[in-house]
Write a protein that binds this ligand. Structure first.
Ligand SMILES: *Cc1c(COP(=O)(O)O)cnc(C)c1O
Length: 426
């Protein structure tokens, strides 16, 4: 199913009331087009469904999915909190108007100077190891601390996206959890949270339920042994979205009901009081708000295969090359044309893996057509690069017929930025 913000008006794709062809003409391609309305819809959908099952809900949007400051500002205005994974993301969050207490850092293997920056910026920290805790305490004892626990249950759409379990680099094992909280308590920390993040692209509640039960059990032990009262319990992100048309989406009402049912029960069973329930969706909020427009420059018919050559490579959208991900492709200027050929949609990079779509049924395509790659909002621009010395694309925000450029296309000069010629080569 297409999000309601994408319309077919006489064969032309409109995104949040703006013609995709006008956008491509005006801002050139490849172009990320983000719908403000869809971001707000998705955020409110998560919030209202959770809120129906529990009073104290906090949504920490996971900034790494899309860190455009206009996107962050939209979520700020919705009342979201933010999950950040680097000092750079904390910096962007602060610049977008988030007060530091609305930002929580859940990074791994952070350097001392990075921790110092985060502590001085007064953002919350969700520590990933005993080593990180000791290094935080050396800088300053924070008022609040949280620990990322590895509940030994992981899940995700790709091996790279499973972030818990016995081989995971993330989080603190149950056996070390008590020592971590005891050390923080002894050092004078006053408020506590507990956190997990098990993976990304998870399409059902089951893994969350198993991991949550474990997390609450661990929290209960800490509560009992150390007398700590948890201010918040955070189940991380990872709620998946359908990328294929016809794929079933998560029923958020049922999901919220199941998760918060288990939460309410676990909190009671483990005597945990009434903490905030936090969740950190990135993909769910931003993914289907965005379309990547890419123009066709080449049509090549080889005996074995037909290639549609476009101007967006994996430097623009890496997910197909990196995870083998499926992204649905439509012809933005001929949405009513019947699908009648099978082809590969190939980018301009010198890598055979530079394919946005493989063996895909598409309408007959001509040079100059504009393709729309759907669900490009999460881990799209934020994972883009300058590989092959290509410039990163522009981003444009649309909202009920209006549009505004929110990131300019890079120029050739960007490729020279920060490069220096060695003095003996001058
Ligand atoms: C990446 C990440 C998320 C968001 O994952 P999604 O699959 O985009 O929802 C949430 N929390 C943490 C700690 C993360 O690293």
């Amino acid at each position: 199913m297409l999000p309601t913000t994408i319309e077919n008006r006489n064969g032309i794709m409109f995104i949040d009331g703006v013609s995709s062809l006008d956008l491509a003409k005006r801002f050139d391609t490849p172009l990320y087009v983000v719908s403000e309305k869809r971001i707000r819809q998705n955020y409110r959908n998560v919030f209202s469904n959770l809120k129906q099952n529990y009073q104290k809900i906090r949504i920490n949007y996971s900034a790494k999915a899309n860190t455009n400051i206009s996107v962050l500002k939209i979520l700020e205005s919705e009342g979201a909190n933010l999950d950040v994974v680097s000092p750079g993301e904390a910096f962007l969050a602060l610049k977008s108007g988030f007060s530091p207490e609305r930002i929580i850092f859940t990074g791994t293997n952070a350097r001392d100077d990075e921790l110092k920056y985060l502590i001085e910026s007064k953002v919350l920290i969700n520590a990933d190891s005993l080593s990180m805790l000791e290094r935080i305490l050396k800088i300053k004892t924070p008022d609040t601390i949280s620990f990322r626990i590895n509940p030994m249950i992981g899940a995700g759409h790709h091996e790279h996206c499973i972030t818990a379990g016995k081989d995971s680099k993330f989080g603190i094992w149950e056996d070390d959890a008590l020592a971590a909280y005891k050390r923080a308590l002894d050092a004078g920390v006053k408020k506590f949270g507990i956190h997990m993040h098990i993976g990304s692209g998870i399409m059902n509640a089951q893994p969350f339920l198993l991991a949550l039960e474990k997390l609450l059990e661990i929290a209960g032990k800490i509560r009992k042994t150390l007398g700590i009262k948890f201010d918040f319990i955070d189940i991380g992100g990872g709620i998946g979205v359908p990328y294929r048309l016809g794929e079933k989406e998560i029923d958020l009402a049922e999901f919220s009901n199941l998760i918060l049912g288990a939460f309410n029960k676990g909190v009671k069973d483990n005597d945990l009081g009434e903490p905030f329930f936090c969740v950190e969706p990135g993909r769910y909020i931003i993914c289907d708000s965005c379309v990547l427009l890419t123009a066709v420059n080449t049509v090549k018919e080889n005996p074995n295969k037909k290639f549609i050559g476009v101007d967006a490579g994996f430097n623009v959208l890496v997910r197909p090359a990196m995870y083998g991900s499926y992204h649905h492709v439509l012809v933005a200027n001929r949405m009513n044309a019947p699908e009648e050929q099978e082809c590969d949609v190939a980018g301009p990079l010198c890598e055979s893996g530079d394919l946005l779509a493989k063996n895909r049924k598409l309408p007959k395509i001509q040079e100059g057509d504009v393709l729309a790659v759907l669900n490009a909002g999460a881990y799209g621009f934020s994972m883009s690069s300058n590989y092959n010395s290509r410039q990163r694309p522009a981003e444009v925000l649309v909202n009920e017929g209006k549009c505004a450029i929110v990131r300019e296309r890079e120029t050739m000069d960007n490729l020279l930025l920060h490069q220096k010629t060695a003095r003996w080569l001058k």
